[in-house]
Design a protein around this ligand. Structure first.
Ligand code: ZN
Length: 241
């Protein structure tokens, strides 16, 4: 039986001279991979070529178990054509797509994350400046972590009932422990990265990002790159560090 869904394309791979495999993030079914037969022909049933950030309504026949679905139709809406206008925009949108693909499981529904990604892409497309774009990527990355059940613990030490506060003389973040380590506990953990009080506070309360200085924003970006590299086992293709 065919299914119909809203979808954002996260990635495509050429499958033959005329076809592609497209990885879609869908509103109701989460991530699916579908073969789009004939999509690379000039005349095709998918409203033109399919590429990352192609958006619209797909109709597809689901694959067996986790096999490839077969794309039947793709009614594309030109929602994200502006993403390529600015390099800063694309430099935020591409890692968001890559991380969403890497960290979600096939056919694992995440409707709130779908809406979060859609809104994120609209926001970075319209954002006034590079700083806004970078802040939105940080917020989306934190949403992604929360939605896959990996929200980092930022209000206390992950190793005990030790609330985070000004009395902490230094602060570490551990990717493997998924949160803060207090000065009394950090010595027991090898994998960790020291972070500033400002970065920890902004990650604990994302509303603070809008007042964070450039140094703190950069520190958080680097921390997230580090964290996602630890989580996925490799650096991001779209944002090598
Ligand atoms: Zn502790």
């Amino acid at each position: 039986m065919q299914k119909k869904d809203q979808a954002i394309c996260l990635r495509t791979v050429a499958y033959s001279d005329t076809s592609q495999i497209a990885v879609f993030f869908t509103e109701t079914e989460g991530k699916i991979s579908a073969i789009a037969k004939g999509s690379r022909r000039p005349k095709n049933p998918f409203d033109g070529p399919i590429e990352v950030f192609s958006y619209g309504t797909i109709v597809y026949a689901p694959g067996r178990q986790e096999g490839l679905a077969v794309l039947a139709e793709f009614a594309q809406q030109p929602l994200f054509l502006g993403l390529r206008r600015r390099l800063e925009t694309l430099n935020a949108a591409l890692p968001a797509a890559e991380l969403t693909e890497k960290l979600t499981q096939p056919q694992d529904p995440h409707p709130r994350l779908f809406e979060g990604l859609r809104q994120f892409l609209l926001d970075v497309q319209e954002a006034a400046d590079a700083r806004q774009i970078r802040i939105r990527l940080i917020v989306y990355q934190m949403l992604l972590l929360a939605e896959i059940g990996l929200a980092p613990v930022m209000d206390r030490c992950v190793n005990g009932p030790h609330p985070f506060g000004r009395h902490w003389k230094w602060i570490y973040f551990s990717s493997h422990q998924n949160g803060l380590l207090c000065p009394d506990c950090e010595g027991a953990f090898a994998e960790k990265k020291r972070i500033s009080p400002a970065a920890a506070a902004a990650l604990a309360d994302l509303k603070r990002l809008k007042n964070a200085d450039e140094k703190t924003i950069q520190e958080i970006e680097n921390l997230l790159l580090y964290h996602f590299r630890e989580l996925t086992g490799r650096p991001l293709k779209s944002k090598p560090d």
